[in-house]
Design a protein around this ligand. Structure first.
Ligand code: ADP
Ligand code: MG
Length: 659
C-alpha cells in the first residue's frame, strides 16, 4: 500500500493582511499573518480588544477578504472565488457562532436551525428532522417552537451552535461565544464546543478571556494585528475521528427546481411577516400604490368609455352621409359670407341615383316659448328627408311632408328633451309653440339625436321646414349646409366626387367643401386616442408616485434589517436569495396595492355610472384590470429592484457589526 500524499491543511494563510480604508488614514487590522490550521484542531485566538481577532476570524470564515496575501481553504485559493462560490463555501463547510447569538427574531428555534439547510437546498423533511435532532442533542428538544426572545442567553447560544452544525459544520468559527453569558453558562458552552471538537469538528474560538482559551489545545495570541505566540498542548487521545455529523452536506439535496421553489416560498413568508411587523408603514405605502392603480384603472376606463361613446354616436350617425358646407374647408372664416349654397342645389342633387335622400339645413338659435316657459334653443330648418338622413325615429305624431316644406308650413317636430322641458306632463302634439315671434304647431316628437363630439348634450332640438326658417324667420335664401345620404351600394368617395362635380358645375367655382361621415369617424377615433393617452399619462404619474413610495419603504426595510441580512449571508444565503427576498416584499406590497386599487377603481366606476356623473358609461373592462395588475407587479419589480440589489451587496461583516 503506497502512502497517500498528505491532504492539504484545512486552512492555510500566507502573509495575509487586511487594511481598512474607511475614512481617515488607512488602518492595518491585520499585518502579514502566517497561519496553518489542520482538520480536527481546537484553536483559541486570544489577545486584547482591537488586536485583530475578529478581523482574522471573518477572513477565515470568508465573510471578509484579505487585502493582501493568500488564503487557501482545503488547498483552494479563496481570492479566486466569486461571491457565489464563497457563499457555497460558507454554506457547506462553515458554521458561525457570534457573541450576541444573532438568531433571527421572527423565526422559532427550529426555524433558525433549519435556515442553513434551506439555503443549501435540502428537502424540507430532512432539514426539519436534522434540526430537531440537533436541538435535542443540545437539550432543547422541548424549546423547538420558542422564539429567541423566549429563550435564555445560554439557550439562544445553544440554538446558534445547532444552527452552525445544520449543514455539517466542518469548521466552527466562534467569536467571543461566551462574552454575553455568565461564567457558569459560559463554562457549559465551552464543554459543548469541546464535545464538538471530540466529534471531529475543527473549532476556532476567538476570545479575550484566558480561562476560555484554557479549553483549547492550541492558543494563538495576537497583538496589533500580528501573531505574537502560537502554543500547542499535546493531547493524549490522538487524532479525533470524523463524526457522522460531518457528512451531512453530502446528503442528496432536494431537486433543484423544488429547492428553488421552496426558497421562493420562504422569501414570501419572510416578506409577509416583515409586512405584518410594520403594519402601518405597509398600509401607508400600499395606499400610494392603491391610489396610483386606481387612477390608472379609472383613467383607462374613462378613456375607453369616452371613445366607445363617441364611436357609438358616430356609427349611429349613419355610416354613409356627406355634409356639404359653404367655404373652402373647415375653419374658413369667410364661410358665413358665402351665400352660394342654395335650395336649388339641394333640388339638383335630390333625384340623383347615387343619393338616397337629401336635406338642406339652416340652423339658428332663438327663444322658444310655450305658456310661461321660455328657453333658448337651437332650431334646425331641415327638409322632409332630414329624419331619414339622420335616422331619427318618430316617437309620437307625424313628420312634415315635402308639401309642407314647399308651402312654408308653420309646423315643428321636437325631440324628447324639448318635449319634457316645454310640455312637462302634457301631450305636445297639436300644441302651439312660439319660435322667436313665429307661432308653429307641434306635429311630432322624435328621439333625440346622438350628440356629436363636443356638442352640448342637453341642448334642445326643434325642427321646422327649412323654407319656413329661411323665409319666415331669417329672411335669407342661402343654406347652412346640405346633408345627403348616399345610396347603400355606392361608395362614399364616388358619391362625394359626383356631388362635387354637380355643384362645381352649378357654381362655376368650388366654393364649398364636403365632410364625409368616414372623416368624422377618423377624427373621433383620433380624439379618443388622444383622450386615452392624456388619461394614461395622468394615471402613470400617480402610479410613479406610488412606486417611489414602494422603493422608499423597501429601502427603509433594508436599512432596518441590515443585521438580518448579515446573518442570512453568514449561514449561506446567496446574493440571489437576498435580492429575491426584498423583491418579493416590494412586489407583494405593490400587488396588494394593485388589488385594493382595482377594487377602489371599480367602486369609483360604479359611482360614476350610477349617478351618471360623466356623459357616458365608464367602461370597467377586463383590460383595465389587467393593466392594473401588470402595472402593480411592474411597479414592485421596478422600484423594488434597486433596494433589493443594495441589500444583496451589503458587506456581511459590516452588517453583523451593526446593532
Ligand atoms: P478584536 O476583535 O481583536 O477586538 P478587530 O479585529 O475587531 O479586533 O479590530 C482590529 C482593528 O481593526 C481595530 O483597530 C479596529 O478598530 C479596526 N477595525 C475593525 N473593523 C473595522 C472596520 N470595519 N473599519 C475600520 N476599522 C476596523
Ligand atoms: Mg472582536
Amino acid at each position: 500500500m503506497t502512502p497517500s500524499p498528505a491532504p492539504p491543511p484545512l486552512l492555510d494563510l500566507r502573509g495575509v493582511g487586511r487594511t481598512y480604508r474607511s475614512g481617515g488614514a488607512p488602518l492595518d487590522g491585520l499585518k502579514g499573518i502566517d497561519l496553518t490550521i489542520h482538520a480536527g484542531e481546537m484553536v483559541a485566538i486570544v489577545g486584547p480588544s482591537g488586536s485583530g481577532k475578529s478581523t482574522l476570524l471573518n477572513i477565515l470564515g470568508c465573510l471578509d477578504r484579505p487585502t493582501r496575501g493568500t488564503y487557501r481553504f482545503k488547498g483552494r485559493e479563496v481570492a479566486r472565488l466569486d461571491a457565489e462560490a464563497l457563499s457555497a463555501l460558507r454554506r457547506e463547510h462553515m458554521g458561525f457562532i457570534f457573541q450576541r447569538y444573532h438568531l433571527l427574531p421572527d423565526l422559532t428555534a427550529l426555524g433558525n436551525v433549519e435556515l442553513p439547510g434551506l439555503y443549501a437546498g435540502q428537502q424540507r423533511s430532512a432539514r426539519r428532522y436534522r434540526a430537531r435532532a440537533l436541538l435535542g442533542r443540545f437539550g432543547l428538544a422541548d424549546r423547538c417552537h420558542d422564539y429567541p426572545n423566549q429563550l435564555s442567553g445560554g439557550q439562544q447560544q445553544r440554538v446558534a451552535i445547532a444552527r452552525a452544525l445544520a449543514n455539517g459544520g466542518e469548521l466552527v468559527l466562534a467569536d467571543e461565544p461566551t462574552g454575553a453569558l455568565d461564567s457558569r453558562t459560559g463554562e457549559e458552552l465551552l464543554k459543548v464546543l469541546g464535545g464538538l471538537n471530540q466529534d471531529g469538528h475543527t473549532v476556532v474560538i476567538v476570545t479575550h478571556d484566558p480561562a476560555v482559551a484554557a479549553h483549547a489545545d492550541r492558543v494563538i495570541e495576537m497583538r496589533d494585528g500580528e501573531i505574537v505566540s502560537d502554543r500547542t498542548r499535546v493531547r493524549g487521545d490522538g487524532a479525533p475521528t470524523p463524526s457522522p455529523a460531518l457528512t451531512v452536506s453530502t446528503e442528496r439535496p432536494a431537486r433543484r427546481a423544488a429547492a428553488a421553489m421552496e426558497r421562493f416560498f420562504s422569501a414570501f413568508m419572510v416578506a409577509f411577516s416583515a409586512m405584518r411587523a410594520q403594519r402601518l408603514r405597509s398600509v401607508l405605502t400600499t395606499l400610494g400604490v392603491v391610489i396610483g392603480i386606481a387612477a390608472v384603472v379609472v383613467t383607462v376606463a374613462l378613456g375607453d368609455g369616452a371613445t366607445e361613446a363617441v364611436m357609438r354616436n358616430i356609427s349611429q350617425l349613419d355610416g354613409n352621409s356627406l355634409s356639404i358646407l359653404p367655404g373652402y374647408g373647415r375653419g374658413d372664416r369667410k364661410a358665413s359670407s358665402i351665400k352660394t349654397l342654395v335650395e336649388a342645389d339641394a333640388h339638383a342633387l335630390a333625384g340623383h341615383p347615387y343619393l338616397d335622400s337629401v336635406t338642406p339645413e339652416v340652423n339658428i338659435n332663438t327663444v322658444l316659448r310655450h305658456g310661461s316657459i321660455a328657453v333658448e334653443s337651437a332650431v334646425g330648418g331641415v327638409g322632409d328627408q332630414f329624419f331619414r338622413v339622420r335616422g331619427l325615429p318618430l316617437i309620437a305624431g307625424s313628420l312634415f311632408t315635402a308639401d309642407a316644406v314647399r308651402r312654408l308650413e308653420q309646423e315643428a317636430v321636437i325631440d324628447q328633451v324639448t318635449r319634457d322641458v316645454l310640455f312637462p306632463g302634457q301631450d305636445p302634439v297639436g300644441g302651439i309653440l312660439l319660435v322667436g315671434n313665429l307661432p308653429v304647431r307641434v306635429i311630432g316628437v322624435v328621439e333625440r339625436p346622438v350628440s356629436g363630439f363636443g356638442a352640448s348634450s342637453d341642448a334642445l332640438k326643434v325642427y321646422l321646414p327649412y323654407t319656413t326658417v329661411m323665409y319666415r324667420i331669417v329672411g335669407d335664401s342661402s343654406l347652412r349646409s346640405i346633408i345627403v345620404r348616399v345610396a347603400d351600394d355606392v361608395p362614399l368617395d364616388v358619391a362625394s366626387a359626383e356631388v362635387t362635380r354637380i355643384l362645381t358645375f352649378r357654381h362655376r367655382v368650388k366654393d364649398f367643401y364636403i365632410l364625409s361621415s368616414n372623416e368624422f369617424k377618423q377624427n373621433a377615433a383620433e380624439a379618443g386616442r388622444t383622450l386615452s393617452l392624456t388619461f394614461g399619462i395622468l394615471g402613470s404619474i400617480a402610479l410613479l408616485v406610488g412606486g417611489i413610495g414602494v422603493m422608499n419603504t423597501t429601502l427603509v426595510s433594508v436599512t432596518e434589517r441590515v443585521r438580518e441580512i448579515g446573518i442570512r449571508v453568514a449561514v449561506g444565503a446567496r446574493r440571489g436569495d437576498i435580492t429575491r427576498q426584498f423583491l418579493v416584499e416590494a412586489v407583494l406590497l405593490s400587488i396588494a396595492g394593485g388589488l385594493l386599487g382595482a377594487v377602489l377603481a371599480h367602486g369609483v366606476g360604479l359611482v360614476l355610472n350610477t349617478y351618471q356623473i360623466t356623459d357616458y358609461e365608464v367602461v370597467l373592462s377586463a383590460k383595465a384590470y389587467l393593466v392594473a395588475f401588470a402595472c402593480a407587479a411592474g411597479t414592485g419589480v421596478l422600484f423594488g429592484y434597486l433596494p433589493a440589489r443594495r441589500a444583496s451587496c451589503l458587506d456581511p461583516v459590516v452588517s453583523l457589526a451593526r446593532d
